[in-house]
Design a protein around this ligand. Structure first.
Ligand code: AP5
Length: 222
């Protein structure tokens, strides 16, 4: 039996992890699993985990490993993940990476590839400042880099509700970037040592990054 694929997208806030994960999901039939989206859903639902996560997310820090791991394990227990998953924004700390390795060992799975989307800090700020998403289906847009065909109308679902994230304010972005450098950058070496790391220069256009990522996914999932 073929094992479900596990792909990891690493990269700073605004690197394009969500944009690329949604494209891979459509193209390869894998399930995008974003811990940021799962946490925002918990915050919106007002669950105990969501209430605890809210203040940390608003301040641009990382939510505790315990909360994130509990949310991720629950989501991985849902049947659709048997198609294979793209982990978008997880793991973000060494504790999370080690926990993922243990979890996959228990289910006989392995990481097919951990891809780092490399973007410099100034570009990341540009990307986050112009970002908004469709309130209907979650499709991502950007004031300059990715506008819908008809202004204010989602290309995918036709919704006219567009939303901007509370943590995309300039004062929070610096904190998110600091958390990335301090706690997530060490994972590049972690996956390099495992022999799973691939790197993409994600400063290029969305389509160019997608082309390089598709090639990696095709090769690593085969
Ligand atoms: P999360 O939701 O994961 O946010 P993030 O990592 O900060 O990443 P973003 O969603 O901001 O960016 P992205 O890389 O997905 O970029 P996007 O594709 O949107 O996490 C939010 C918070 O939740 C964290 O701060 C933390 O508190 C908590 N959290 C989440 N996971 C956690 C974990 N595992 N542990 C602990 N805490 C956790 O692209 C950005 C914009 O740029 C878009 O508008 C897009 O259209 C545009 N764009 C994309 N690619 C390109 C390109 N190549 N060229 C030009 N524009 C582009």
């Amino acid at each position: 039996m073929t094992r479900p694929a596990v792909l990891i997208l690493l990269g700073p806030p605004g690197a394009g992890k969500g944009t690329q994960a949604r494209m891979l999901q459509d193209r390869f039939g894998l399930v995008q699993l974003s811990t940021g989206d799962l946490l925002r859903a918990a915050v919106a639902a007002g669950t105990p985990a969501g209430r605890e996560a809210k203040a940390v997310m608003t301040a641009g820090g990382l939510v505790s490993d315990d909360i994130v791991l509990a949310i991720l394990k629950d989501r991985l227990g849902e049947p659709d993940t048997a198609q294979g998953v793209i982990l978008d924004g997880f793991p973000r700390t060494t504790v999370q990476a080690e926990a993922l390795d243990k979890l996959l060992a228990q289910t006989g799975q392995r990481i097919n590839a951990a891809v780092s989307l490399d973007v410099d800090d100034a570009e990341m700020v540009n990307r986050i400042a112009g970002r908004y998403t469709c309130g209907g289906c979650g499709e991502g847009y950007h004031d300059r880099f990715k506008t819908p065909a008809v202004a204010g109308v989602c290309d995918k679902c036709g919704s006219t509700t567009m939303v901007r994230r509370a943590d995309d304010k300039a004062e929070t972005v610096g904190q998110r970037l600091a958390a990335y450098h301090a706690q997530t950058v060490p994972l590049i070496q972690y996956y390099e040592k495992q022999g799973n790391l691939q790197r993409i220069d994600a400063m290029g256009e969305i389509a160019q990054v997608a082309k390089e990522l598709n090639a990696i996914v095709k090769q690593s999932v085969a």
